[in-house]
Design a protein around this ligand. Sequence first.
Ligand SMILES: [Zn+2]
Length: 484
Amino acid sequence: MTYVPVIGLEVHLQLATRSKIFCGCATTFGAAANSQVCPVCLGFPGVLPVLNRKVLALGIRTALALGCRIEPTIVFHRKNYFYPDLPKDFQISQYDLPLGRSGSVEVGERRIRVHRVHLEEDAGKLIHKEGEDASLVDFNRSGMPLLEIVSEPDLASPEEAQAYLKTLKAILQYLEVSDCDMEKGSLRCDTNVSLRRPSEELGTKVEVKNLNSFKSVGRALTHEIERQGKLLEAGEKVAQETRLFDDARGITLGMRSKEYAHDYRYFPEPDLVPFSLTEKEIEVIREELPELPAAKAKRFAASFGLTPADARGVTASRAAADYFEACVKAVAGAGLRPEPGTFKAIANWILGEIARVMNERNLEEITALQFSPGHLLELVQLVDSGKISHKMAKEVFAEVVKSGESPARHVQARNLAQVTDAGRIRESAQAVIQENPGAVEDFKKGKPRALMFLVGQLMRRTQGSASPALAQETLRELLKENKR
Ligand SMILES: [Zn+2]
C-alpha cells in the first residue's frame, strides 16, 4: 500500500462514583428511566453545579498513572450545542486547560503518547423504538462523570489501535477508577483516522464514532482505511467529516461535516470558579497509585524468570496478575522450592488452557472460573511428579473446571495416576515379553517397531496407566538381558 494510516483514539470513560459529577443524583446502572434526575442534571435555569470531589480525585489518579502533567489551574468550560438529549444546550467540559497533558502508554515495545485527559459531564440518552414515530429520552445518564483520554495520532494500524485500547483498559482496571464495561457503555471510543503518503505530513482526517467493542474498533478502522485508500487511489479527496460505524453492516456512514472547536463557542463556566490543587494534594494521590501492568510485568520477569511476553500476558489483566501472585503464594505455602519451571508452568496454564476455556465461556475475568490458584498448583505438581502426563492434565482440567473438584482428588478418585512404580511395571513387562515371543524375536533381529508394539501391549495391560517413558525403558532393559 502506498498510504500510511495515522490513527488517534478518544476514549470516554465513565468514572465509578456513586453520584453524578455536578449533583447528588445516583449513578446506578439500569435504573428506571428518568428516576435518577434533579434540576441540576436536567439543566433547569438558575441551578448551580457543584464539582464532585471523588470525580476529581479519580480523574487526577488516572492522569497521574498515564504520566500526565497536572495543570496548575483547573477550569471548566461550557461547550455549546443543541441536541434533544441536552436540555440546557451546553455540556460542561474542559477546553484549553484540561486536567492533565503529555502522558503516555507503553504498548508492547512502543510508547503511545497521550495528548490530554479531561473531565466532562455525559448527556442524556435518546431511545429510538422500532416502529414508533417518536423517540424517548432518558436523562439518567445526564451528568454522569466522564473522563476523556485523547491519544496523539501515534497508532499505525487497526491492530495497534486495539492493542492500545486493551492496554489502556488494563491500566484503568488496575486503577479501579471505572468498571470499564464496554457493554454498559462505561468505556466508549471514537477514533480519528487519515491516510498519508510516506512523503506527506498528514492527510485529511475523518472521525468515526460509536465504537463499542475492541472488535468494532478493528473493523471500523479496517473499513475506513480501505474506503479512504480507494478514494485517494481514484484521485478524489477525503472529506473532513464525522462518520458513524454501523456495526451490523461493518461499514462507516457519513453523519455530519466535522465541526471545529470555534463552532462550540466555548467559554469559561461561570458557576464553577477556577481552582488549583497543591503539590501536596497531588502527591497524596500519586502515592496511592498501585503497581501498574508494565511495572508488574518487569517484576514478574525478574523475580519469577518469566519471558517478557509471558510476563506481559499474565499482567494484562489485574485479575490474572493477582491470580498468578496467589499461585506464587501457594507454592511457598505448600513448602515447595520456588523453581522457575513451576512459575513458567503456572504462566503457561493461565495463558493457555485457562484463557482458552474463559474465551469459550465468554468470561471476562479469571475469577469467574471455578478453579482456584491452589487447584492450578495441584495440577502443575501432578505433572511435575510424573503422576499424570501433560495430556492427561488437560483432560483433568476440562473436568474439574466444570465440577470445581480438586485436581488431586479427581485423579485419586478415578485412579488416573500413572503407574510409576518400577516394580509393577517390571512385572507387566516380563509378562508381555513371555506372551509375545514373535515380537521379541523381531526385536532381536533389530526391528525397532517391535519395541513399540511391546510398549503398546504393556500400556494395554495396565489400561494406559503406566508411564510410557518408564514402560519403554523397562522393556528395553529386559530385552537386552534376554539377548545375553
Ligand atoms: Zn441530578
